[in-house]
Ligand binder design. Sequence first.
Ligand code: MN
Length: 266
Amino acid sequence: MRLFKSAEEIEDLRKSCQITAWAHTAAMKAVQPGMNEFEMEALVDYEIRKKGCRRLGYESIVAGGKNATCLHYRSNNDTLHDGELLLIDAGGEYQYFSADITRTFPIGRKFSMAQAKLYDLVLKAQLEAIAITRPGTTLPEIHQRACETLVDGLLSLGLLKGTAKEILKSNGHQRLYPHNTSHWLGMDVHDVGLYRIQSEPRPLEPGMVLTIEPGLYTQPNDSEVPAEFRNIGIRIEDDILVTKTGCEVLTRDAPKTRAEIETLRS
Ligand SMILES: [Mn+2]
């Protein structure tokens, strides 16, 4: 019952996604070097609640700079520095339905060259994964598409060595992309519902809602990563409704191209 959303449930999710998208946009406008992560956490919380969400769907991740390379960072109490990125993973809950959005943007005015290259790659992987999301597609196929795009890009940027085929087979990219691309979304942020039926990946059907959230995370001491690319954590996450003919990005109001983000930061 919870895996397939009714028309009324989709309207509630649409609302939580829209409110959460506005809150992320407000955060992009508001951040300034010298602020603390908890100030940004409070701002997102306020923006979500003031539009009618009664609570958050989960504890927010507000991670500046190297903190974003720690996947489940929850301390949210560090100072934000110019030249670094801020990753916010936060979602409001409206009528018990939770959104789940991640955006990553500069604390200063612009992405550095290295940050921009990794950001554009994550966005490309996300857009390509969204493009194949329709009835019949499976979550492993979506993950595979995201991984293929990331690996191709990481090879050309010099963060991985070898051939794409070998890397994908041996999961050599897991060092930089250590999590999955999707989960079900609804009353719980990781909603209930089987991912496999008789051990086979379950094909998507209209009315299902999932996240698509590729990312890249480079560690400070990773000698295989060129120095300018180290200590960067980027994730871009949207909430996707499967429709009869394709999909609808419920969180489309949250800006995610570099041009849109840098306009908000200027
Ligand atoms: Mn998520």
